[in-house]
Design a protein. Structure first.
Length: 180
């Protein structure tokens, strides 16, 4: 018997005994984990259920390490992940010359903060691997929606992996490829 089927047997036995029991499952395969979560939610709609793939949860961390200084952190959201990134505005047509509101791209990225690209603190005083001090004076964490982003600005974004890929490469994926 595999570990996944043992986990599933335990969950099913627990749900048979106490249908409202909270269940959190750790599975290897993300597609299988998603199927199990959907099935358990359909069978026990009033009970809190989560199933997660260990490899899917770890993947964003590895991707963040590969992207180096651009990624501040990664947060799993449902079956995907949200990346917190820092990007210099210069040379990004999706950002440069646009207002904070216009720079928003649904399901791809959102500007969280605006600062100066010239303000790069000494390596020893950085709060993150991305080279940005989160409490640095002059970094606006509530930028007005009408503020126009300029080449000398640096922004903190909440992005999907796909959104960061678009910003970093400038390549727009085929519309059929809508993975986050």
């Amino acid at each position: 018997m595999t570990l996944a089927s043992e986990n599933l047997d335990i969950v099913m036995a627990a749900r048979e005994t106490t249908p409202s029991v909270r269940v959190v499952m750790r599975l290897y395969d993300d597609d299988f984990a998603a199927t199990i979560q959907r099935t358990l939610r359909a069978s026990y709609p009033q009970a809190p259920t989560r199933s997660r793939s260990v490899s899917a949860l770890a993947a964003p961390t590895f991707a963040a390490a590969m992207m180096g200084r651009h990624v501040l952190g990664v947060m799993p959201v449902e079956r995907g992940s949200l990346l917190f990134t820092v990007v210099d505005v210069a040379g990004h047509p999706e950002l440069e010359g646009r207002s904070v509101h216009e720079a928003f791209r649904e399901h791809e990225w959102r500007v969280l903060a605006v600062g100066s690209a010239a303000d790069r603190p000494a390596q020893s005083s950085m709060d993150t691997l991305a080279g940005i001090r989160l409490r640095q004076p002059g970094f606006d964490w509530r930028p007005p929606q009408g503020k126009v982003l300029r080449a000398g600005d640096r922004v903190v974004l909440a992005t999907t992996r796909r959104g960061l890929d678009i910003l970093m490469t400038g390549v727009q994926p085929h519309p059929a490829d809508r993975r986050g």
